[in-house]
Write a protein that binds this ligand. Structure first.
Ligand SMILES: C[S@@+](CC[C@H](N)C(=O)[O-])C[C@H]1O[C@@H](n2cnc3c(N)ncnc32)[C@H](O)[C@@H]1O
Length: 347
């Protein structure tokens, strides 16, 4: 089965955002042969470039040429830097691009990401749209912006883009961690802003009543190659499952490695739950980061207050679907996308 491969060519970045999960203690870069090993040995359905700002890698353009030669569907998440440096032809080869905006105003974004970050990302969005490249805005939902996520969505819609939202993962610290109430309030704010295209955050998917996810996609339908040359089920996963050379030959099946198996583990306490099929314990990385892989997701309303709490949260989450027939295919990372497109009739 073709898999979505997340690749981080480098952990380096032109910015130093305070919430970022990328490792910063040493410089890490993948080599061209390592990327070739990935393409030669995995059934690569698509590649998404992330982790650091990929354009900082000295062989970034050679890597993009390699993806083009191999006809690999390639997407990138960027702050604009890695897009600005490309020719129109190179840029247009991306299947899609995402520009990161964590706040809906220049002032807030420049304060958070650094002076000039708003302008750099805005110029890139405009250029990508002009070139006709599918372009979306990516935002991380944190305790500092969950109440502004609707404004961020409206900002994205104003540009003509969908908004992709990932929940903050406490990889490097708790400063931006959402409380239980902020997590659900943030999703309610998000869903009030526009129709949902995809929600593969397993807990939210289940509680929304979609029940179209099958636990975290990481470790089953998606795999990450990190700049240190390691393989892991998810970019936030706290341990390496193996190294890139393990993908070559038949010496080792990475999908059966201890870390991948751990990422698919359903906590015992979740087994009797009516949502277990779709939720499977929620985000495995969040549980693993906290050394709580055997416990349900910390944002679980069933654990918090049983059926009554599930009803309260459902009441809060008023959503519309952009195209209900699309949602079952929902995505290959724990993510939520809302769109500028017309909403389907309300739920
Ligand atoms: C790690 S960055 C790499 C690409 C590029 N430098 C950028 O800013 O988009 C990719 C995305 O991950 C998000 N991100 C960073 N740290 C995160 C965290 N701890 N939890 C969730 N998402 C995070 C960023 O905001 C960005 O949208």
């Amino acid at each position: 089965m073709p898999v979505a491969v997340g690749i981080g060519l480098t952990n380096e970045c032109n910015l130093a955002c305070p919430h970022c999960y990328r490792p910063t203690l040493t410089q890490q870069r993948l080599s061209v042969p390592e990327v070739e090993t990935i393409l030669d040995n995995l059934d690569v359905g698509s590649v998404n470039l992330g982790v650091g700002e990929n354009g900082v890698h000295p062989e970034y353009r050679d890597m993009l040429a390699l993806f083009r030669e191999r006809n690999v569907k390639t997407a990138i998440t960027s702050n604009g830097y890695s897009l600005d440096m490309l020719s129109d032809e190179e840029l247009s080869a991306f299947h899609s691009v995402e520009l990161s905006f964590d706040f809906p105003t220049k002032k807030e974004m420049d304060e958070f990401r650094g002076e000039g970050s708003w302008e750099m990302a805005s110029e890139s969005v405009e250029r990508c749209l002009r070139l006709g490249i599918p372009t979306s805005v990516a935002a991380v939902m944190m305790n500092t912006n969950y109440d502004k996520i609707g404004d961020t969505a409206r900002f994205a819609f104003g540009l003509g883009c969908d908004l992709r939202v990932n929940v903050y993962q406490p990889v490097t610290g708790e400063e931006f961690t959402l409380s239980y109430e902020q997590f659900w309030r943030g999703f309610a704010n998000l869903f009030a802003a526009g129709p949902v295209v995809v929600c593969s955050e397993p807990l939210v998917n289940a509680v929304m009543g979609l029940e179209s996810s099958r636990g975290s996609p990481c470790g089953t339908r998606s795999i990450r190659a990190l700049p240190a040359g390691t393989i892991s089920p998810c970019p936030y996963w706290p341990a390496a499952a193996g190294i890139i050379p393990h993908l070559a030959g038949n010496g080792r099946d990475i999908w059966k490695s201890r870390e991948f198996e751990k990422s698919r583990r359903v906590p015992e306490a979740c087994e009797p739950c009516r949502f277990v099929e779709s939720c499977a314990g929620g985000c495995a990385s969040r549980r693993a980061i906290r050394n709580n892989i055997e416990q349900p997701d910390e944002y679980c309303p069933v654990v918090r207050g049983g059926e009554e709490e599930v009803r309260r949260i459902r009441e809060m989450l008023r959503y519309t679907l952009s195209d209900p027939s699309d949602v079952p295919k929902a995505g290959n990372a724990c993510t939520t996308v809302i769109t500028t497109a017309e909403a389907a009739p309300s739920q």
